[in-house]
Design a binder for this molecule. Structure first.
Ligand code: NDP
Ligand code: MG
Length: 389
């Protein structure tokens, strides 16, 4: 029986994780659930899964959740600090990190320091502070099992292998809804259009990141830290069918690929059940349904976010933290139709040029860098809106 804390239980990953838990009641027990502001769904989940505690990080929702769960033996906490405290409880053995964005960093670090196994969906944690996160995990001998489908694929390909015999990893990308499109088309696309991903159903932010290819850029950085790779050991290939989830090439030229239908419940299940591989009855991949699997190089001249992420990784230090903060802000603005699709890259680039570089950041430096990058990019956004009207 694994006792889980599911951080971000009301999101796309969180709700699918609860589906996996519900299908395997003899394997998993929910100790903690958390949401930011979706009190209604958190209350419903708490009544159904009966955790020991729930945390609502938006404190204005605390009373609503507390009142609704008053008659049940469920502790209710409010605020981000509470999340970092609750994850340390002895009763938890695995923490699923499925909070969105930079906001997930501190609770994951707290869980690692408390020696919890981590199933990690929150890629931004590794983008912002991958070196620090992996160092702390190594010091505590805490395994970090990826949930992101590409990284789960690589992790599965590496089971039983010698990491020194890896030549490179190849991350596959669907290409998103705008594959093959050029700037003259992209300049006019709106959020509603970008939210229609061809293969995956995900939260809004990552769906926009998939459309801009920032998601793949973030995943390159995520792979670097998870698997201890050099910058030039990570390739990206567009594979629109999303059947090969990623590949590893070894020093003898041999390649391993992990395949399956695009369904996030698979990597979620693998990560929370690891090292066991458990049964499910989900639809199986039938090769006869795919007459062709195709591959092409990504167009990083049009989808500039991919190159910006690679540049940030190569620069190192706090550069990926700046990239991530600027991206979170512009994606939020794009979702509200306050910035254009192509303008997002311009804003990120300008922010990367304007925030001071720190080669060896501490956790305090990351906090400050994130804050500064958000302030900067918000200024750029305001200026660009003023110039429109
Ligand atoms: P969603 O937006 O669907 O869900 C995010 C979750 O985090 C919600 O529970 C939300 O609560 C909570 N949350 C949001 N903001 C905060 C905050 N400031 N503090 C604490 N909790 C917060 O995102 P996804 O499930 O799509 O993604 C979660 C993570 O998993 C991301 O890092 C993403 O990159 C990664 N991932 C997602 C995949 C997917 O298929 N969705 C695939 C691979 C990786 P509330 O509902 O109350 O707002
Ligand atoms: Mg992915």
């Amino acid at each position: 029986m694994k006792r889980l804390a599911i951080l971000g239980s009301t999101g796309s990953i969180g709700t699918q994780a609860l589906d996996v838990v519900a299908a395997n009641p003899s394997l998993f027990e929910v100790e903690v659930l958390s949401a930011h502001s979706n009190a209604t769904l958190l209350i419903e989940q708490a009544k159904r899964f009966k955790p020991n505690a729930v945390v609502v990080t938006d404190e204005s929702k605390y009373k609503e959740v507390k009142d609704a769960l008053m008659m049940l033996p469920i502790k209710v906490f409010g605020g981000a600090k509470a999340l970092s405290e609750v994850v340390q409880w002895d009763s938890i053995d695995t923490v699923l990190g499925a909070v969105l964005g930079y906001a997930g960093l501190h609770s994951i670090l707290a869980a690692i320091d408390a020696g919890k196994r981590i199933a990690l969906a929150n890629k931004e944690t590794l983008v912002v502070a991958g070196e620090l996160v992996m160092q702390r995990a190594a010091a505590k001998r805490v395994p970090i099992i990826p949930v992101d489908s590409e990284h789960s694929a690589i992790f599965q390909c590496l089971v039983g292998e010698d990491l020194n015999k890896v030549e490179k990893v190849i991350l596959t990308a669907s290409g998103g809804p705008f594959l093959g499109r050029k700037p003259n088309y992209l300049v006019n696309v709106k959020a509603s259009h970008a939210l229609q991903h061809p293969n995956w159903v995900m939260g809004a932010k990552i769906t926009i990141d998939s459309a801009t290819l920032m998601n793949k850029g973030l995943e390159i950085i995520e792979a670097k830290w998870l698997f201890g790779l050099k910058d030039d050991q990570i390739d990206v290939i567009i594979h629109p069918q999303s059947v090969i989830h990623s590949m590893v090439q070894f020093t003898d030229g041999s390649l391993k690929a992990q395949m399956g239908l695009p369904d996030m419940k698979l990597p979620i299940q693998y990560a929370i059940a690891y090292p066991e591989r458990i049964y499910n009855d989900y639809k199986r991949l039938d090769f006869k349904d795919f007459s062709k699997l195709s591959f092409e190089a990504p167009d990083s001249k049009t989808f500039r976010n991919l190159q910006l992420a690679i540049d940030a990784m190569k620069k190192g230090g706090n550069a990926p933290c700046v990239l991530n903060a600027a991206n979170e802000v512009v994606v939020h603005a794009f979702l509200q139709n306050k910035v254009g699709f192509l303008e997002m890259s311009e804003m990120i680039e300008k922010t990367m040029e304007s925030v001071a570089f720190i080669a060896h950041p501490t956790i305090e430096d990351y906090v400050e860098t994130d804050r500064e990058a958000r302030t900067q990019v918000t200024e750029f956004l305001k200026k660009s809106q003023l110039s429109i009207y």
